[in-house]
Ligand binder design. Structure first.
Ligand SMILES: Nc1nc2c(c(=O)[nH]1)N[C@H]1C(S)=C(S)[C@@H](COP(=O)(O)O)O[C@H]1N2
Ligand SMILES: [Mo]
Length: 374
């Protein structure tokens, strides 16, 4: 097992019982991998990347600040460049015809710990992603109801969480109006068919399929169409990617960056787990693959120094959706190594080494595992 993976697996063990006891059960303390308890950063264990739906109980959590108190009576204020400001409660939202979309939620920093040289930030391995079904109302329907002005080019979004002290910038975001009006963008109150959990943004959050998690504002309380993008640290400094990626280790000034949006093609092997010992016989190599820009076109697997061979895909193809891949291999006794690489329908192929960038976003190098057949 590689050192950093070992660290991830052992992180729970390293924490004292007292720390674990403080983590509410609903956040899945039995399963999630703890990357910091305050704010809450919890990763989905690799073994769950073998199925189409990530159970809510083990779905990763990424929160910048303390989770706000659960308030099922929270109002959602739709104001700014609109003809008719709206003040919406859960009942008002529920009066709209609900839509359900399945989508991958992936933190832009997923895989950050795998970038070399190392970059600061939460040292995620692979677990800051999951796929769920999300039920809610199209943001477009709310904007249309409020009579959004043609002057609006962006939609500012804020949640009910707040920074621990005034010097810390709030998590305020905006998305372009086109993305807000896209029929896949929804204000969701259900996840996997159940009420959204508090850690995931209850009572309602934004869902922006195909785009990284930083756009999926939780505990949503304000929607404000505006002429200009939102300002502040989380728009101007964080969540930005070099327009032209440069050599590893070099800083890039903000004006030479764009906001991160769609996540690139990647695949992750759930099984065999790295470092595992298995019995002789057919071995299934299984994992998931997705791309924010296009459907997955193929996943190829290579065992040891063999040729790349296509894996079988399960699930529905589409941008922002993940599919499960399976590949059966009959490995003779000894040590083996497998790698997976995905290609999307736009022809983008997963690179062997991910592109380094100063914030360590969008790691998507080939995932390799090694195991031993007895
Ligand atoms: N209000 C608010 N929304 C937020 C965040 C936050 O800190 N505050 N974190 C964002 C980030 S960076 C990610 S990756 C996703 C994580 O969603 P999850 O915790 O449901 O997995 O929520 C996003 N929405
Ligand atoms: Mo994130």
């Amino acid at each position: 097992m590689r050192r950093r993976e070992f660290l991830e697996w052992s992180a729970l063990g390293a924490l004292g019982a007292a720390t674990l006891a403080r983590l509410p059960r609903a956040f899945g303390r039995d399963h999630l991998v703890v990357h910091g308890g305050r704010p809450q950063n919890l990763a989905t264990p690799l073994e769950y990347f073998d199925r189409l739906v990530t159970p809510s109980s083990v779905f990763f959590v990424r929160s910048h600040f303390e989770v706000p108190a659960l308030d099922r009576k929270r109002r959602l204020h739709l104001h700014g460049l609109v003809g008719r400001p709206l003040d919406l409660g859960m009942d008002d939202l529920a009066r709209h015809k609900p839509v359900t979309v399945t989508a991958v939620l992936q933190c832009a920093g997923n895989g950050r710990s795998l970038h070399e040289p190392r970059v600061p930030g939460v040292q995620w391995a692979h677990g800051a992603m999951g796929q769920a079904s999300w039920t809610g109302v199209r943001l477009r329907d709310l904007l249309t109801k409020a009579g959004v002005s043609s002057q609006a080019r962006h939609v500012h979004l804020a949640g009910a969480d707040s920074p621990p002290k005034p010097q810390v910038p709030p998590f305020h975001r905006s998305i372009p109006i086109e993305r807000a009006m896209d029929p896949s963008t929804i204000v969701a109150w259900k996840m996997n068919g159940e009420d959204l959990g508090l850690a995931h943004g209850a009572p309602f959050r934004l869902v922006v399929p195909g785009w990284s998690g930083n756009h999926w504002v939780k505990w949503l309380s304000s929607i404000e169409p505006a002429a200009e993008p939102e300002t502040g640290f989380f728009m101007e400094k964080a969540y930005r990617y070099p327009k032209v990626p440069g050599p590893p280790g070099l800083p890039v000034p903000p004006e030479k960056t764009d906001p991160v949006t769609t996540f690139p093609v990647k695949s992750i092997i759930a099984r065999p787990a790295d470092g595992l010992r298995t019995a002789a016989g057919p071995q299934e190599i299984v994992g998931i693959a997705c791309s924010g820009t296009a459907a997955v076109a193929k996943v190829e697997v290579r065992v040891d120094d063999g040729a790349w061979a296509p894996a079988k895909l399960e699930g529905e193809p589409g941008p922002g959706l993940w599919q499960v891949f399976r590949f059966v291999h009959d490995a003779p006794p000894g040590r083996h190594r497998a790698a997976a690489r995905a290609t999307d329908a736009k022809g983008a192929a997963q690179p062997e080494q991910a592109q380094w960038n100063p914030s360590g976003y969008f790691w998507n190098g080939w995932h390799t595992v090694s195991w031993e057949v007895a």
